[in-house]
Design a protein around this ligand. Structure first.
Ligand code: BGC
Length: 542
């Protein structure tokens, strides 16, 4: 498996916050050694690739996405050797690991920026984007709408403004400068040389700026990414680039190039539509967004997710849909953040087991590779009273004991408080209990993952919708070589029938992959599949 060049098309990904997973030295912060002690857990769940969020030295003004040194490790997480040991331990179990590559910006603490801001003729001046006015690029939107008023920040030292798409302490690097581009390739070589299997390329739509544009998805950006990919193909075949481009499908499509840019890209717009459809008991928006999703090159792959470390983004929906989502899923104003919702999967779904399973049943069968957000496999809760996105980044809940098994430290020394309310507290929701309970969410997801892995159709196969004659029921085919699998999901809280064209079913006797149940085929009429509220079926056509 480790020498399969298309591994990412079949892989189950797991996003892991190094700070939040396991603390090995009792200082209240998770670290690499802590993760290393838990690699068997990841193997048991069936994870094929871990995505680790930024671990570089950083003032942590954006939880590590504000990098102060690209060639080292934040001391709280350990050392480069600890990371190497973690990479080796994962590889021994057949698990790969990718990391965030934050190219668009650095921390304002980064020595490059310190030099750049020190004077207008400093050799590093041109590593960042400076302007005598704050009026340039007026069409570039503001991303952190809750905290930023402008993408320009005045700097007193030289009396000019610097450009930043995120927080004001995250100045954007100037990709027009060939030195910046070269430096990025060096950074990539350094970490791939250490054994990383690739990168989640953070915030890539914004690398270049041009007048009279919105400064997103520019041709220059694609050209640089193609150069980066070309470099990796020569030096590091089999290592991947995963695009974080929160864009509409036609725009994200461009990041796949002609199989010569990014290997993977998140499908952002599908995600809120899954939640929306679940509330409405009606699935047309899923059909609609897939109709707007172009085909992608053969060797590339979408990445599908339900939640991640950021707010549940509502950038890729209409204003009306956004209001609907806020109304339905963010009843308390604390739950809103920027254009999104800062809650985890289980609380979004009212801790309703059927709906949690339903969305996961889609995650593991839809068009793309699934990414699990740490803790969602046990249905962890959130803490909306923490600032920014910290409420969805609380300590992993391993058992019902001290600090939920996350750390030996004094609870007051934890980087963030554990969740300890009655419903979601570590006393109730934790790995140890769920491992022992065959009916737990953990074991159910583990079974889904195991089942997915038995069938190439999910990772390698084609995707097409099937008509069900019922707006509440989503159905789609996954097919590869001689294998055909039909996924049928009832988004309604009431029992529903799905009716399939009998020509499609002729000669088949569907078998449910998850339960082994057989569904006798009645030849004379259309095939009717009765479904319980929120029921899902993965049917192999035998
Ligand atoms: C990351 C965020 C981060 C931002 C700026 C995003 O794409 O997911 O967590 O704040 O990039 O780096």
């Amino acid at each position: 498996m480790m020498d399969d060049q298309l591994w990412y098309k079949k892989a189950i990904f797991y996003e892991l916050y190094p700070k939040a997973f396991a603390d090995s030295n009792g200082d209240g912060w998770g670290d690499f050694r802590g993760i290393l002690e838990r690699v068997d857990y990841l193997a048991e769940l069936g994870v094929d690739c871990v995505w680790i969020t930024p671990f570089y030295p950083s003032p942590m003004g954006d939880d590590g996405y504000d990098v102060a040194d690209y060639y080292s490790v934040h001391p709280k997480f350990g050392t480069v050797d600890d990371l190497k040991a973690l990479i080796d331990a994962l590889h021994e179990r057949g698990i790969r690991i990718i990391a965030d590559l934050v190219m668009n910006h650095t921390s304002s603490d980064h020595p490059w920026f310190q030099e750049s801001r020190s004077s207008k003729d400093n050799p590093k001046r041109d590593w960042y984007v400076w302007s005598p006015t704050n009026q340039r690029y007026p069409d570039a939107r503001i991303i952190f709408t809750d905290s930023m008023q402008s993408n320009w920040q005045y700097d007193e030292i030289t009396g000019e403004y610097y450009w930043h798409r995120f927080f004001e302490h995250q100045p954007d690097l100037n990709f027009d400068n060939p030195e910046v581009q070269e430096e990025m390739l060096k950074i990539v070589d350094y970490w791939l040389g250490l054994g990383l299997d690739g990168f989640r390329a953070d915030a890539i739509p914004y690398l270049f700026e041009r007048d009279d544009t919105n400064c997103e998805n520019l041709p220059e950006t694609h050209q640089f990414l193609k150069d980066l990919r070309g470099h990796m193909d020569v030096k590091w075949p089999g290592r991947i680039l995963l695009a974080e481009a929160n864009q509409w499908p036609v725009e994200t499509r461009e990041y796949f190039g002609d199989d010569d840019e990014m290997h993977m890209g998140f499908h952002f717009p599908i995600m809120p539509r899954l939640y929306m459809s679940l509330k409405r008991g009606e699935v047309s928006s899923i059909h609609d967004i897939m109709a707007l999703t172009p085909d992608i090159p053969e060797k590339t792959q979408w990445c599908i997710f339900l939640r991640n470390h950021d707010e549940l983004t509502l950038e890729m929906v209409t204003p009306e849909e956004r209001d609907y989502m806020w109304e339905q899923y963010a009843p308390d104003p604390r739950m809103k953040l920027n254009l999104g919702i800062r809650r985890r999967l289980a609380p979004l779904l009212d801790n309703d087991r059927r709906r949690i399973e339903l969305l996961n049943a889609i995650l593991f069968t839809f068009d793309g590779s699934p990414i699990i957000y740490y803790g969602d496999e046990i249905g962890m809760g959130d803490n909306i009273w923490l600032e920014d996105r910290n409420g969805v980044r609380t300590p992993m809940q391993w058992h019902a004991g001290h600090n939920g098994g996350f750390s030996e430290s004094d609870p007051k020394a934890l980087y963030a408080p554990t969740i300890d309310d009655e419903t979601y507290g570590f006393q109730t929701i934790n790995v140890a209990d769920q491992r022992n309970n065959p009916d737990s969410i953990f074991n159910r997801l583990k079974h889904m993952i195991w089942t997915r892995k038995q069938h190439q159709a999910f990772g390698m196969g084609t995707f097409s919708f099937a008509q069900t004659g019922n707006d509440a029921v989503l159905a789609y085919w996954r097919a590869y070589q001689r294998e055909k699998i039909l996924i049928v999901v009832n988004f309604s809280d009431e029992a529903q029938d799905a009716v399939f064209d009998m020509r499609l079913m002729a000669g088949h006797e569907p078998v449910c992959l998850l339960t082994g149940d057989r569904f006798p085929f009645v030849a004379a009429k259309d095939y009717t599949l009765p479904l319980q509220p929120y029921e899902y079926r993965w049917l192999r056509m035998d």
